[in-house]
Design a protein around this ligand. Structure first.
Ligand code: SAM
Length: 290
């Protein structure tokens, strides 16, 4: 069965009385070329565990199962579970879990699948054509939970992919860029026009791979301080650093001015001009090593 063919998707809709849910971000892939690119870009090895977010009717799940030792797919929509039972019936290395990914402990899933058929898994690759209404929360949850994975290969709105990849000075550079680039290196995998989905979304999409860094790009004495500065700085991005950081941790304007000066940064600059190293210097000056 060609799961990506529009006629298959229609047959499934009729047979199961399945209605695509807009609120669950159900835009299914109907293009073999882009499915191949996602799978290729995710660099799955034969001893890997794949964790897929939102399998839909299983197009990526089946393709990933051809390459990996096992695929665990997490799907919130219980109406899709019997459908996946049929579409993926040829595979014995797929497990579907009917749950909300934002309420799932992904580390537990990889822990439970450390060994597959007596073999220690090679690595963990996370994969998904993400539901667009929660793209950023999903990515940030995986990173903040420090899920022990090698990479996250995802299809997401082009606009969010642009923000993730942006650097200092760019209009789209923001707290999301700094956070994701702190945890990962980012690789562009493919562009996907609206036409590759059923139904077509309003926006174009991009596939990116986030390779989780083994070593962070900067040394921080306190990550919370770093992220608080990033959040405050970009929260009021039109303001100078001096103004946007005043009040953080109850610090007065004079105290903030002194910290920014000691960090060797011009207090008249805006957060959007700082690179990750400069944010780190600022954080380490604000809260030096104990
Ligand atoms: N992978 C399929 C494909 O490419 O055709 C479907 C992708 S569709 C964009 C997103 C999928 O994520 C849908 O199947 C949707 O039901 C599921 N989903 C939405 N919210 C979810 C959540 N919180 N947890 C797990 N799955 C979710």
């Amino acid at each position: 069965m060609k799961l990506y063919s529009p006629s298959t998707i229609n047959e499934i809709r009729q047979k199961y009385g399945f209605r695509l849910s807009k609120s669950l971000g159900q835009n299914f892939l109907a293009d073999k070329n882009i499915i191949d690119k996602i799978i290729e870009g995710s660099m799955i090895g034969e001893s890997d565990l794949v964790i897929e977010i939102g399998p839909g009717i299983g197009v990526l799940t089946a393709a990933a199962a051809e390459k990996a030792a096992k695929v665990v797919a997490i799907e919130i929509d219980s109406n899709l579970i019997p459908i996946l039972g049929e579409t993926l019936s040829d595979y014995d290395n797929i497990e579907i879990i009917n749950i909300d990914v934002l309420k799932t402990d992904l580390n537990k899933i990889s822990e439970q699948n450390k060994e597959i058929n007596g073999q220690i898994i090679g690595g963990v690759k996370i994969l998904g054509n993400l539901p667009y209404y929660i793209t950023t929360p999903i990515i940030m949850k995986i990173l903040e939970d420090r899920v022990a994975a090698d990479s996250i290969t995802v299809m997401l709105q082009k606009e969010v992919a642009d923000r993730i990849q942006a650097g200092p000075g760019s209009k789209t550079y923001g707290a999301l860029s700094v956070a994701v680039q702190y945890y990962c290196t980012v690789t562009h995998v493919a562009n996907a026009p609206k036409e590759v989905f059923i139904p077509r979304p309003k926006v174009d999409s991009t596939v990116i791979r986030l390779d989780i860094r083994k070593e962070k790009p900067v040394q921080l004495y306190d990550e919370d301080v770093f992220f608080a500065i990033v959040k405050s700085g970009f929260g009021q991005r039109r303001k100078t650093l001096l103004n946007s950081l005043t009040g953080i941790y109850g610090l007065t304007k004079d105290e903030v001015a002194s910290i920014i000066n000691i960090a060797g940064i011009d207090p008249g600059r805006r957060a959007e001009t700082l690179n990750i190293q400069e944010f780190a210097t600022l954080a380490n000056t604000m809260k030096p090593r104990n």
